[in-house]
Write a protein of this length. Structure first.
Length: 731
């Protein structure tokens, strides 16, 4: 059993293959956090706690005259408000009388096999026969009889602990929940760096590493989606931690809405990390008998640096998250029409692009935005999910048939959560969008957001999308979401419930996805929000791949894919070859390099092949052949970041190694070049040191130990933006 309770020391121990997580019930019933890190023997860690009389650190009433006991400096599992801990709490409530004090005392616990269910939200699942157990610790506020149930699901072999919290109102009074963090971890020291992934539209998930400083540092989203600006994933690591060494702790929130991740270095140089729904814009009314569940927080620890941590998340996300059967399949090489035609097409143009794509060896054609309603530009049409007969005269079913006849699968773009004011849907249901009464609505990309907190809107969407799927005969759907939410006010909720709308929207979205995506396991769904604006584990539960970014510039993509790879495996990152000069940056990069970068993820194209020369098309055919050869290694193998694109301005390199270490693919892109340049080397990783490898196109064989320690030279003949892919095979 991975979960133990020692009644003598009142200690809970959660054990995975390599880690221990320990908690202890204090002498007054509080739940203290004792340790999270490398596996240690189950032992009383009481000696680590320091009890001292500290000025201005109040003592709980039950401590009587004991001035050495204060929650102000003790490490806690679930910090409550107004009871002596002045760091930011895990929970904040407002009682009916305006009071806010809350105190959680351990009232019991249960251990059960299997993973915890997260009600209405995605969560990790047990995979096969692996050992997965769940501990629930109940903390009761004796005065109100409100309970906080802390969930810990331990994935023993995966080295992962997934947390969640339910706040249950078993009392007789209403309460207003203002904050409920999914997880709080109190570290006794704070000499750590915080790594997070920030960005903007077309430049998502840039890796940032800062030293944890005094006070609070927070990242998060208030945009209604997990956002381009900050990803709901963060790492705390030792100062000397790098890809290959040092301790690091990962925190990944399985949530697609407003979130908060926060470090707080306190007066005693201790560090609190918290993650959960962003309290800004959140206020949930809980009547007697009601409960609220916080989304799942996935925690992992690695003692062997950042690569080790990434491998834990990659494996977990490949095996325990996605509900799509496509997760385990190789994905078709697709060509998407967006950068090929934008809104400017008719069926003849689309079919000629598709024909040229088929001729290139493309396996699936995806018709992007512009096929429905009066959608001739982005000012209108969202909500009217019937085919635009002026553009697609043959209808969508026929279009799909013709694509199938070409030997390709067919895919379609939708953006179901949105509504254009110039649409039939809006004319019929102007009240179905999020907006505040009596105020003009704020537009984003000319569009408004449907109110998914409403059951009727969700039911309508389920029916409408299912109808599109039936009509279209599509094997792939790209589900987009192209603006941030502004006025989160719903016409069907009373004023006391308006603080719930952001969260109810997310629950509504998950409900729609449950009923549309999970009922169509045969369709491959791709997530998208202006590229990677909703790149989170909850979306990956439904959609095994996500359009990584609207930025298709192969050089910018190196950083975007680098940042994305810390949490998310290549099999989740959709990446396309587009034309040059690139539409986002104006940069020109050789077609070969565009292919190499796109093969860092789920490979495809986003260009008009009718405008390509025969030579270019032949090059694409070769790319597709090459990708097919290595697709399994890229999709299922271990991913290694060999360079840091922020530190090494000369080249970016990465590598995928098959799980058995027998096959590897090394990719190098030259990002800068100087005259009479130095000879540079790249050291491989993840090979078997005691075996020999053949390198495609090279003579002889090379020991894994040699390749990992001496490396191979980056050929001097490569010019700026040139690239190289090298396949390796164990002899
Ligand atoms: C978003 C997506 C693009 C494309 C357009 C269509 O920006 O990220 O890939 O689908 O919408 O409007």
């Amino acid at each position: 059993m991975a979960i133990k309770y020692n009644a003598d020391t009142k200690t809970f121990a959660l054990e995975t293959a390599d880690t221990s997580y320990l908690m202890k019930v204090s002498r007054y019933g509080n739940l203290l956090h004792m340790y999270y890190g490398a596996k240690i023997p189950d032992q009383d860690l009481d000696y680590l706690l320091s009890f001292q009389d500290r000025g201005f650190s109040p003592n709980p009433n039950e401590a009587g005259n004991d001035r050495t006991f204060s929650l102000d400096f003790l490490p806690q599992e679930f910090s409550t408000d107004r009871s002596g801990d002045y760091r930011t709490p895990s929970v904040e409530v407002i009682w009916g009388d305006g009071g806010t004090a809350f105190s959680g005392k351990v009232a019991g616990y249960e251990i059960s096999p299997g993973a915890a269910e997260i009600k209405g939200m995605p969560g990790l699942q047990k995979n096969g026969k692996e050992q997965v157990d769940t501990l629930v610790i109940r903390l009761e506020d004796p005065v109100s009889r409100v309970e906080a149930k802390l969930f810990y699901t331990v994935f023993e072999e995966k080295n992962v602990i997934a947390r969640s919290v339910i706040l249950a109102n078993y009392g007789t009074r209403d309460l207003r929940l203002e904050r409920l963090m999914s997880g709080t971890v109190d570290f006794r020291d704070s000499e750590y760096d915080l790594i997070y992934f920030s960005g903007r539209h077309t430049m998502e998930r840039e890796m940032r590493r800062i030293s944890v400083a005094d006070g609070i540092h927070s990242i998060g989203s208030t945009r209604g989606s997990s956002s381009h600006q900050y990803n709901p994933f963060a790492i705390l690591c030792e100062k000397n931690c790098d890809e290959d060494k040092g301790q690091c702790w990962g925190f990944s929130l399985v949530y697609s809405g407003n979130f908060l991740m926060e470090t707080e270095k306190d007066q005693y140089k201790q560090l609190r990390f918290q993650a959960g729904i962003n309290p800004k814009g959140f206020s949930f009314l809980l009547e007697p008998g009601e409960e609220f569940q916080a989304p799942q927080l996935i925690m992992a620890w690695s003692g062997s640096g950042l690569t080790g941590l990434s491998h834990i998340y990659h494996r977990l996300f490949r095996e325990n998250l996605s509900r799509s059967p496509y997760q385990k399949k190789l994905r078709p090489v697709l060509l998407n029409s967006w950068e090929a035609a934008y809104f400017d097409f008719d069926d003849e143009k689309i079919l000629s692009i598709a024909k040229a794509a088929a001729d290139m060896g493309v396996e699936m054609f995806v018709l992007d935005d512009g096929w429905f309603g009066k959608r001739n530009d982005d000012c209108s049409g969202l909500g009217d999910w019937t085919v635009n007969r002026e553009k697609i005269k043959i209808g969508i079913g026929k279009m799909s048939e013709k694509i199938h006849e070409m030997g390709m699968k067919f895919g379609l773009w939708i953006e179901p959560e949105m509504i254009s004011e110039d649409s039939e849907l809006y004319r019929q249901h102007p009240d179905w969008c999020l907006r505040e009464p009596g105020r003009p609505a704020t537009r984003g990309r000319y569009q408004l957001v449907l109110d998914l907190s409403r059951e009727d809107v969700c039911e309508y969407l389920i029916e409408t999308i299912n109808h599109i799927l039936d009509q279209a005969g599509a094997e792939y759907i790209k589900w987009d979401m192209n603006r941030s939410i502004t006025e989160a006010w719903s016409g069907l909720l009373g004023r006391e419930h308006q603080g719930e709308v952001f969260h109810r929207y997310v629950l509504g979205l998950y409900h729609v996805m449950d009923r549309v995506i999970l009922t169509h396991p045969d369709i491959l769904f791709c997530g998208c929000s202006g590229g990677g604006g909703r790149y989170d584990p909850a979306m990956l539960y439904y959609q095994p791949q996500i359009w990584c970014s609207d930025n298709t510039d192969a050089i910018n993509r190196l950083k975007i894919q680098y940042g994305t790879s810390f949490a998310y495996p290549p099999c989740t990152m959709e990446a396309h070859v587009s034309v040059c000069p690139n539409h986002q940056t104006g940069r020109s990069v050789p077609l070969h390099t565009r292919g190499v970068t796109a093969m860092g993820g789920v490979f495809g194209y986003e260009l008009d092949p009718t405008k390509m020369t025969e030579e270019e098309k032949e090059q694409c055919r070769e790319q597709i052949r090459f990708y097919r050869k290595y697709a399994k290694v890229i999709m299922e193998g271990d991913y290694y970041r060999l360079t840091d694109p922020y530190e090494n301005r000369y080249f970016t390199a990465w590598e995928s190694v098959s799980p058995d270490g027998k096959k590897a693919l090394l990719s190098i892109v030259v990002t800068d070049k100087e005259g009479n340049d130095a000879q540079r080397y790249v050291k491989l990783k993840g090979l078997n040191p005691d075996e020999y490898y053949r390198i495609d196109g090279w003579k002889g064989k090379f020991s894994g130990r040699l390749l990992m320690n001496a490396g191979i030279p980056v050929p001097e003949s490569l010019r700026e933006y040139d690239s190289l892919q090298i396949g390796l095979k164990m002899v």
